[in-house]
Design a protein around this ligand. Structure first.
Ligand code: I3P
Length: 109
């Protein structure tokens, strides 16, 4: 699955709150491939064209859990992703349908 997602980092590894300065929203082109969610700067790229930053932004979603971010009301169509290493991200999809689709696809991995 592919598509534009806005990301907000909420908690780092071990569940510690992401510090100020790194909590802003940022737009990515997201590609879910196998058990990895790639967050690419611009648009779709073939694997071999991914930059070092793209690889650093990639998230392992094996044993991750995606839910609708019901406790976040500043933006619409936001999902919460908790990873196996206790990171927490918010992702804003372009529509409620896209958000539901991302939640289903992530939780199927
Ligand atoms: C954050 C940025 C986010 C804001 C966050 C700020 O600052 O303004 O947009 O979240 O508030 O800390 P920075 O870019 O310096 O990290 P919201 O858009 O959800 O308000 P927060 O600390 O309450 O999450």
């Amino acid at each position: 699955k592919h598509g534009v997602l806005n990301r907000k980092m909420h908690a780092d590894m071990d569940g510690k709150r992401t510090p100020r300065g790194r909590r802003g929203w940022k737009k990515f082109y997201a590609v879910l491939k196998g058990t990895i969610l790639y967050l690419q700067k611009d648009e779709y790229k073939r694997d071999r064209d991914l930059s070092e930053v793209d690889l650093k932004n990639a998230i392992r979603i094996h044993h991750a859990l995606a839910t609708k971010a019901t406790d976040y009301s500043k933006r619409a169509s936001v999902l919460k992703l908790k990873t196996a290493d206790w990171r927490v991200f918010l992702f804003q999809a372009p529509s409620e349908e896209e958000m539901d689709s991302w939640i289903l696809r992530i939780n199927l991995v």
